[in-house]
Structures are given as C-alpha cells and as structure tokens.
Design a protein around this ligand. Structure first.
Ligand SMILES: *Cc1c(COP(=O)(O)O)cnc(C)c1O
Length: 470
C-alpha cells in the first residue's frame, strides 16, 4: 500500500506536464492545482481502503495520462455555468424552483442587447441629461392597467414590504383573518407586517368577514387597509368576503390607502383564452384599490420583478422612500419587462408569443402529438428497465396562481419492471434523467415517474439526448 501511495505522481509533476498545459492556460494554475489535489486524494483513499487493484502500475505513462484526463474533466465540470437549462416536465407551469416564467424571445433579445453595452437606463437622450429609469415601463403599465402611476422593484415580496413600510410604519394594517397567507419560502403576511414595522390587526373570522368588521376596526391607529389575494388556497363552504369596492369606499372615507396584494397579477382576462378567471390588475384598480402589487414572473410571464400600480400620490411616496433605492431593478429587468409588456399591447398574438400563456393554453391534441413523438425514445432509453406509457394527468399553474384549477394534460408514465425495490429503481431512473446534458425533471407519484409534456416545447432536443432519432 505504501509503495502504491509513493508511486502516485506529485501535483507539481502533473501541473508541469504538457498534457495539462492547455487546462492550465484555459482555467489557471490554481484551479487545476485544486482539481489535481482532489483527484489525487480520491486515489489515495482508494489505495488506503484497498479498492485500487494491487497490480495497477501507477508509474506507467498510461496511468499518468489517464490521471491528467480525469483532472481536465474535473476542471471542466467545475467550470460549467452554475445555472443550466432543464426540461420542466413536473406539470407545474410556473415553477419557482425552476426559475418561474420562461421569457419570450423578445425579452431574451432585449436582455442580450442591453447587457453587453452602456444604455440610456437613466439618461434622457433628448435633453442630454439624467433621466428616470422607470419612465418607459411605468408608461406601459399605466396604459395596460389604467393606473395613474406605477413603480417596479425586485419582486412582489419587496413590493409589499415597500408599501407597508412607506405608508403604514408604526400603525395598524387591517386585513381579513381569511387572508393571512403564507406564500412559501417564509413569506407570511403576519411576519412581513412585523418586519415592515406595522401592526397587524386581524378583522373578522377565517371564513367570513363583513364590511361592518372593517368599519369597527378602523381607528386613529389605522395606517392602511389591505387585501391579499389568497393565491395558494381557497376557502370554500360557508364564506363571506367584503367586495373590494366596499373596502375601497370605506378606506377613502377614512382617508386611508386601500392596498391589494394580487400576488400573481395578470393584465388580461385569462378566461378569453379558456383559462380560469383571475381578477386583472385593471379590474382591481377599477374597483377602487389605491395600490395593487403583483409579480413580474408569475402569470405576467416576465422577469422577476414586483410591480406596484395605482394612485400617483401613493406611488410618489413609494418612489421617494429610501427603501425604494435598495429594492430598485437593474437594466436587464427593465429591458425584459419592457419587452414583455410590449407583447400585451396585442392580446390577439399573446397566446403564441408569451411562453407562459402558450404552455397554459396548449391543446390536448398538441400535447398528445408530443407524447407520441417522445414515447419511443423514452421506451428505448429504458428498455428492459421500465414500462413506459402515455397517461392522462393534471398540470397545475403553480407559484400560487389559481391553486384549485388544474389543467388536463398528458404524461409519459414510467414504472420500473422489477417489483423488487421498485422505489429505489424509480429513484435511479429519475436520477438518470436528471444527469442528462439537459436535465429532465419530472414528478414521482404513486410508484411512477411522470413527465408531464405540457411544457416540453422541443421534442427533438429531448429525443436526441436520449440517443434516439427524433
Ligand atoms: C407570490 C406572492 C407573493 C410574493 O411574490 P414574489 O414575486 O415571489 O416575491 C406575495 N403575495 C402573494 C399573494 C403572492 O401570491
């Protein structure tokens, strides 16, 4: 064992060798040194635990070359981009863990265009002096929602925090008991209120809240009235909620802002596209909300952003607050959001041009077509290991949008052939798919692995990496 350990080449010899000179040139001396150290230490522990064959000639030229290749592979693997495209076949269209909305080509191009160059982000080209970074998108949001003014921050959580901090710090925020939402990822309305320095005042009961409850709760300590869209659950049965227009009237009579956190705000009536109806930002404003907050990367289908639209006097207050500066968006977000909002100007083309809407409205026959195209490739890839079939399934919209509305879809269903340790086999199959050059992410349910094909798009690319001719 000791002689084998001694026979391993030294790091210095490896780094000086011509076989690693390219790697050193491309990735740098220190990076290659670290990879070499890691690989050598793996060999050392293999030798120590007797896993390396006794007869292996560690002094041979062949072993040296093999070692260099391993080091190069390791360096290359470490240098891969941190974020990689994946196939989202989970059945959740807006998947937070998979980056939410897929951007339309126009937004991707806009990002590319502005990212490698200086741009007129805060520069008025006509006047030749400082301009406003939000002017363009603000005008677009106003024209699409009917709002007087708007502002954009990093995400909708930030939008809610900014509104609460700027308009109600140290004061009470009235909100129905039925709307104390947890969005996930530790975003809970009661805690957000606390962190913004507001006092939560719960109104009514979990299932029923009336206008009179709000009227009685308003006092000198009240800072604002809030309504939160219960985006990831629904209260059904014996329920009553206060119409937005009633809350708006009450707030206005008491000189208080009425704020609606719409969560996954949409700018168009989705029922026109055969989807469940969601209140649009414009409708909520028309009902009398002073401010509406919503996400850029949920149903809107754009980049991560939080949009606040509504009355000018409140928006001006938000823009002047120091927190706004900490939460402002960069040129990439402005460019992408601008390009996405531009698409909304022509709603008749939206379902083709906006990926999120394209996925949500994809017809059963189109999904079936994709299922039939990929079935042979998946069957061949798993030959002898699993039964592969086409199975009906339900997609969900995701990210808290429309929690109870599921969309009919079709999936490739994979069931391991063996009955022995079939759960383990299923995990191995799922791991194999996640290890592909473009990892495939599905959903495991009831002893099967499902690939919901609603969001597949590129069947050729999918089949090619499984080693099949599309
Ligand atoms: C998703 C959501 C948020 C948080 O929005 P992000 O853009 O993820 O920060 C806040 N409120 C509601 C009601 C939501 O659905």
């Amino acid at each position: 064992m000791n002689s084998q350990l001694r026979d391993l080449p030294s790091i210095d010899r490896l780094l000086r060798s011509s076989e690693l000179s390219n790697a050193v040139g491309n990735y740098g001396h220190e990076t290659v040194r670290q990879a070499a150290r890691a690989i050598l230490s793996e060999y050392r522990s293999q030798i120590q635990s007797g896993l390396l064959l006794k007869g292996s000639d560690l002094k041979s030229k062949a072993f040296f070359s093999e070692l260099c290749l391993e080091i190069e592979d390791e360096v290359a693997a470490q240098s891969r981009p941190l974020l990689r495209p994946v196939f989202n076949l989970t059945g959740t269209v807006i998947h937070t863990n998979l980056g939410r909305a897929v951007l339309p080509e126009q937004a991707v191009n806009a990002i590319v265009e502005v990212s490698g160059s200086a741009v007129n982000l805060e520069y008025d080209l006509k006047a030749g002096k400082r301009g406003d970074r939000e002017e363009g998108v603000e005008a677009q949001i106003c024209s699409l929602t009917g709002a007087e003014a708007a502002t954009v921050v990093n995400n909708n959580a930030a939008a809610v925090v900014l509104v609460l901090t700027a308009l109600s710090v140290g004061r009470n925020v009235l909100i129905s008991r039925g709307e104390l939402v947890e969005i996930g990822g530790a975003f809970r309305i009661p805690e957000v209120m606390g962190s913004a320095g507001c006092h939560l005042k719960e109104v009514g009961a979990t299932n029923r809240t009336r206008l009179a409850d709000f009227t009685q709760a308003v006092d000198d300590e009240t800072g604002l009235i809030m309504k939160v869209h219960t985006s990831n659950y629904e209260i059904v049965g014996f329920t009553e909620i206060v119409p937005e227009s009633d809350l708006a009237r009450l707030a206005s009579s008491k000189n208080l802002p009425f704020v609606v956190d719409l969560g996954s705000g949409t700018l168009v009536d989705l029922s026109k596209y055969g989807l469940p109806k969601e209140p649009t930002v414009g409708e909520v404003l028309a009902n009398g909300a002073d401010l509406v907050t919503f996400s850029g990367d949920k149903l809107l289908g754009g980049p991560q952003a939080g949009i606040i639209a509504g009355k000018r006097n409140f928006i001006d207050k938000l823009k002047r607050h120091p927190l706004k500066r900490a939460l402002r968006v960069d040129k990439l977000t402005c460019a992408a959001l601008g390009a996405v909002l531009q698409l909304y100007r022509n709603p008749s083309r939206l379902a083709e041009e906006l990926p999120i809407l394209c996925d949500l409205t994809r017809s059963q026959s189109e999904i079936r077509g994709m299922a039939e195209r990929v079935l042979p490739a998946v069957s061949q890839f798993l030959a002898g290991k699993a039964e592969v079939s086409i199975s009906a399934c339900k997609s969900q919209i995701g990210s808290g949008a429309m929690p109870v509305d599921l969309l009919d879809s079709l999936a490739i269903r994979i069931v391991p052939i063996t009955t022995d340790q079939s759960d383990l086999r299923l995990m191995e199959i799922a791991t194999d798919f996640r290890s592909l050059p473009v990892p495939v992410i599905g959903r495991i349910h009831d002893g099967s692995l499902y690939f919901d094909l609603r969001c597949l798009r590129d069947t050729e690319k999918f089949c090619r990496q499984l080693g099949a001719e599309p």
